[in-house]
Design a protein around this ligand. Structure first.
Ligand code: ADP
Ligand code: MG
Ligand code: ZN
Length: 682
């Protein structure tokens, strides 16, 4: 095993690298300047944490959020890594400790808030402590155009120069070319770093969409089926976050609201509680974002349609970072589409930017009305090909479609003949032949389209109009008070040159109860009590440290515990996220929950648990037992003590002479052949 995979296993407790990690780690270890773009939850932190352990000196990590920094430092310390942070949130004691570790040359990772860089002392400090790598997390914060812009990030470029063009590794999940260009310019002084653009798939996140139909009920049913899980519910308005949080609380969930209108302190409290508590739901606007690093968010619901396909992907990406199953549900309706369109039209951006924003919204709408695998459509937009995923609502149930050409033509005709001035309500009246006041006042009952759409009811026409908006055949026009106008895309259909399939399910379901998706089970039903018991133990331990639960173990580790039911420390060491330090600290405690006790194990042997040497040790011991009185059981009993056996297992002597040097001549004569054979086979 090479050094990096060994550290991956022993420090972090992971069996293998996630896609892209190894190449990035290798490049950083080779001293290259690196820009890595990986999806949220892809495992970016490891790409600078691991190299930090492989080199001399200190790796300085610049990260935008103090709370997250502190949690990352906690998590690293739990894994036995010397890490510390210098932020305004430090107590004097903590700062003192960091400086001491720096002075003693122990510290491997130093997290710093960007504000700190403004301080003149920073450069001097960094010069003094032998910084060998600058890791910039959330590197898109240098971009003035993004909503995460942090002015202090602009100082990093200069800092790098002052430190003699020190090696720099930057990480972000934001992939668009504009941001990438800006990162290059500001952090790398225009030189191009070795760039990694990793695949965007997050296969453990299931995707599903539902047209709104009693949306409050759709939400509460979804959440009720997932009681006790941590989740985020994104809403399009501040008010709605408060209303929905209240609604969820009244159904017995633990729920909070979050939006940018709250004062800093209340936001911080909400962020902290979410990060720390099990099973809390936060109803939030998109302001709830970067501050969340929680690996075990089990679901993300969009109670309203997101702004674009990019925002959608970023927001759902906050679910399931730990790799365990996570679920998403997006609710959308014609009103959402209108809202999003008018937000773009009414914005202050220049015309070409608005055009691009409409296109990004269209991509999302295409996803809502997709006829085959959602993920295929989604990743296709990001330039990735894939077969169907098996983990989206359309894969689990293919939608029924019907030829909607005729219905669409009727709707278009109603729009055109009424002068492209009206919304869905009035247009539907025209199609259904309802003589309302408005119809009469405008003489729309005299139109040839009047009453030609009676084969569908009002709800069904709404679904048809919504799908037409989804296919960008029609758009609301701000200048006409939101009246629907036809787009160029619709011409071929109107002229009879193209046909269009619409989804039957949404039409049929209009008025019927929304389909319910069974929540994914994290463990088998019979293992649920044990999972709860493990969670309780975890909370207890985390609380004692005043750290988030996942700092002890993420959900995924507990799920594996409940499923595999390890009996021994060896078994335990093979679980996800169990490195040497955590094995030692928590192994016995959790085994006690699982088995009501731990096997009696010699402390020397316990040190080897989970390592190859542990296995060898056991084999040596078995061989020794067999040969204790010689091959025929007739000689004077003889044995090596535990420490000697551990030494043999650890040093793996390859010859009789080498073995003799460890256990002595007499014992080598008795056990030598057997031991050497075992060592040769392992
Ligand atoms: P990002 O910063 O890219 O969003 P993180 O660095 O926070 O992602 O990692 C997300 C989660 O994945 C963390 O819980 C981390 O422990 C876990 N993780 C990272 N690398 C691996 C790996 N190789 N195997 C298993 N889990 C991993
Ligand atoms: Mg990160
Ligand atoms: Zn699919």
């Amino acid at each position: 095993m090479n050094q990096t995979s060994e550290l991956l296993r022993t420090v972090f407790g992971f069996d293998s690298f996630r896609p892209g990690q190894e190449a990035i780690v290798d490049a950083v270890n080779a001293g290259e300047d690196v820009l890595a773009i990986m999806p949220t939850g892809g495992g970016k932190s490891l790409c600078f944490q691991l190299p930090a352990l492989c080199r001399d000196g200190v790796t300085v990590v610049i990260s935008p959020l103090i709370a997250l920094m502190r949690d990352q430092v906690r998590a690293l310390r739990e894994a036995g890594v010397e890490a510390g942070s210098l932020t305004s949130g430090n107590t004097e004691e903590e700062t003192e400790e960091v400086f001491q570790a720096l002075d003693e040359g122990r510290l491997k990772l130093l997290y710093m808030a960007p504000e700190r860089l403004a301080n003149g002392g920073a450069v001097q400090l960094l010069r003094r402590i032998n910084v060998t790598l600058l890791a910039v997390d959330e590197a898109h914060c240098v971009s003035q155009w993004g909503h995460d812009f942090r002015p202090d990030y602009l100082k990093i470029g200069a800092l790098r120069k002052q430190l003699g063009n020190i090696q720099i590794a930057a990480f972000t999940a934001t992939a668009d070319a504009e941001t990438r260009f800006e990162i290059g310019k500001r952090l790398f002084d225009g030189e191009s770093p070795t760039t990694f653009l990793e695949g965007f798939d997050r296969p453990n996140i299931s995707l599903s969409f539902q047209p709104k139909d009693q949306p409050r009920r759709q939400l509460t049913e979804f959440v009720a089926a997932r009681k006790g899980q941590s989740g985020i519910v994104y809403c399009s308005s501040r008010n709605k976050t408060e209303v929905l949080a209240q609604a969820l609380r009244s159904e017995g969930h633990s729920a909070l609201h979050y939006h940018a209108g709250m004062d800093g302190e209340h936001r911080r409290i909400a962020e902290n509680r979410f990060q720390r508590e099990d099973g809390l739901i936060v109803c939030a606007t998109v302001a709830f974002g970067m501050g969340i690093d929680k690996p075990d968010v089990r679901f993300v619901v969009h109670a309203d349609l997101p702004k674009s396909i990019e925002s959608y992907y970023q927001e759902i990406g906050r679910a399931g970072r730990d790799g365990a199953p996570a679920e998403t549900l997006t609710l959308y309706g014609a009103d959402d589409i209108r809202l999003r369109r008018s937000q773009i039209d009414e914005g202050l951006a220049p015309a070409d930017r608005k055009g691009a924003d409409h296109a990004r919204l269209n991509a999302l709408l295409g996803l809502t009305e997709a006829l085959e695998c959602r993920r295929k459509t989604l990743l296709g937009y990001f330039g990735e090909d894939m077969e169907t995923c098996g983990n989206c609502d359309l894969c689990s149930q293919a939608p029924e479609v019907f030829d909607g050409t005729d219905a669409v033509r009727k709707a278009l005709s109603a729009i055109l003949r009424t002068g492209e001035h009206f919304g869905v309500g009035h247009l539907t009246d025209v199609l259904l032949g309802n003589t309302t006041d408005k119809v009469r006042a405008r003489n729309h009952d005299a139109l040839p389209t009047f009453g030609v759409g009676k084969e569908y009811n009002r709800k069904q026409w709404q679904a048809i109009f919504r799908q037409m908006m989804g296919h960008d055949l029609i758009r609301p026009d701000v200048e006409r008070m939101g009246g629907l106008v036809m787009t160029q895309t619709a011409w071929p259909i109107l002229r009879g040159e193209a046909s269009i399939d619409l989804r039957m399910d949404t039409i049929r379901k209009a008025g019927a109860a929304p389909s319910r998706r069974e929540p994914v089970a994290l463990v088998a039903e019979e293992d649920e009590p044990i999972l709860s018991a493990l969670k309780m133990k975890r909370s207890e331990l985390a609380e004692a440290m005043r750290a988030p639960n996942y700092v002890v173990f993420p959900d995924k580790t507990l799920i594996e515990m409940a499923t595999h039911k390890p009996m021994t420390l060896d078994d335990f060491s093979r679980l996800y996220g169990v490195g040497a330090k955590k094995l030692e600290k928590y192994g016995a405690v959790f085994l006690a929950v699982l088995n009501g006790g731990v096997e009696d194990m010699h402390p020397v042997r316990r040190k080897l648990a989970g390592k190859p040497a542990g296995d060898i040790f056991d084999q040596l011991k078995a061989a020794q037992l067999e040969l204790a009185s010689g091959p025929h059981g007739t000689e004077k009993p003889m044995s090596c003590n535990t420490s000697l056996l551990a030494k043999v297992a650890g040093q793996r002597p390859g010859s009789t002479e080498a073995l003799e040097r460890i256990i002595g001549e007499a014992k080598a004569e008795r056990f030598g052949d057997a031991f050497l054979e075992i060592l040769a086979q392992n």
